[in-house]
Design a protein around this ligand. Structure first.
Ligand code: KG4
Ligand code: ZN
Length: 337
């Protein structure tokens, strides 16, 4: 079965073709980063319009490069995300499904991130602990099987990617700030500032990043008034990144111990962070699985593979599903398979 995957939940238009026998056949991505950069964040209406402009040409490009006319099924991100942006993918998937007379599969965006490592040569087996870290979510999920999720903890305020983006903005870096902040941090001393490790000593597995962001803001203001901000930026970035990574790693290892996990899956944009990867590898005795860097951030391949795993839930094209909010735990195992 060849499954076409469409991702339009935020600021990347992603399209990919996944074959259940042969694996990934083709993929294409258009990032809207340049469009939103001038506003310092994603503008929903601009995002929807650009998805509309890019989606069909990307689908044509993917089908052409795989040398096929039409897939056997279409998977699309049905949420969570920006509702106008989701509607573009949902409308396209259902329209093409009607035209090609093929089933369509609504996919949960975070389940897409969670199964992205299945695209690699050595995919993780179930059960595993998933650390999902993106611009919109921060979650620790005990994963027994596809669709069998227990959220152990999530963020009480900012998502970790959001904390990276907001802190990067404070430091005068562009949008999205995560990669730029990580780069600047390479030149800094991560022990220069003692930022808080939020919640690490509390029970449970929830996260909170807004206090850390405020602590950085106060230091930035202090350095600005002292006229020292230029020389302090790299140290601030490095100390912030160290505080975030320490917090994520401590919480994750604690959860892994509690569930006796042998495997950890890290997915979502912040999973591209090299310090997080290095520290987790050092602190965990089992195996840590990641998608390749390109598939950490939003892409069509993760939606295509999630759709292929959920063919049992395919619908006849007709219902356009687009949910701004959608709990991962509300999912069930696929209808069959
Ligand atoms: O998963 P993703 O593409 O989008 C959402 O579903 O939200 O994640 C994007 C987030 C952004 O906040 C971005 O700053 C962050 O991932 N990010 C990083 C890195 N690369 C991307 N954060 C820290 N270090 C990185 N290397
Ligand atoms: Zn995402």
């Amino acid at each position: 079965m060849m499954v076409l995957g469409l991702e339009t939940s935020c600021d990347e238009t992603g399209v990919a073709l996944f074959d259940t026998e042969k694996g990934l056949l083709a993929e294409a991505l258009h990032s809207q980063v340049d469009l939103h950069a001038v506003y310092g964040g994603v503008v929903p209406e601009i995002a929807s319009r650009d998805h509309l402009k890019r989606l069909l040409p990307l689908i044509q490009e993917v089908l052409k490069s795989a040398g096929i006319e039409r897939p056997d099924a279409i998977a699309y991100t049905a949420g969570p995300g920006l509702v106008g942006a989701l509607m573009v993918g949902a409308g396209m998937a259902n329209g093409l499904g009607k035209a090609w007379n093929c089933p369509v599969v609504p996919v949960h965006h975070m389940e897409g991130h969670l199964v992205a490592p299945m695209l690699e040569d050595e995919p993780p087996e179930y059960p595993f602990l998933a650390l999902l870290v993106s611009g919109g979510h921060t979650m620790l999920v005990r994963t027994e099987a596809l669709g069998d999720y227990h959220v152990l903890g999530s963020t009480l305020d900012d998502a970790v990617g959001e904390a990276f983006d907001k802190t990067a903005k404070l430091l005068g870096l562009g949008y999205p700030g995560g990669p730029a902040l990580a780069k600047l941090a390479e030149e800094g001393d991560d022990a220069a500032y003692a930022f808080p490790r939020p919640m690490v000593n509390r029970d449970g597995f929830d996260f909170s990043f807004s206090g850390l962001k405020t602590a950085v803001m106060l230091k930035v203001r202090e350095q600005e008034s002292a006229g020292d901000i230029e020389s302090a930026r790299a140290d601030l970035a490095a100390s912030f990144q160290r505080a975030v990574v320490d917090t994520l790693v401590k919480r994750t290892i604690k959860a892994a111990k509690e569930m006796s996990a042998e495997r950890i899956v890290v997915a979502g944009g912040v999973g591209a962070n090299q310090l997080l990867r290095a520290e987790l590898a050092d602190s965990f005795d089992g195996t840590v699985y990641y998608p390749r860097l390109r598939f950490c951030t939003d892409n069509g391949a993760m939606i295509a593979v999630a759709g292929a795993l959920r063919l049992g839930d395919a619908e006849q094209p007709a219902t356009i599903r687009a949910k701004a909010r959608w709990s991962l735990e509300s999912l069930a195992r696929p209808a069959y398979g």
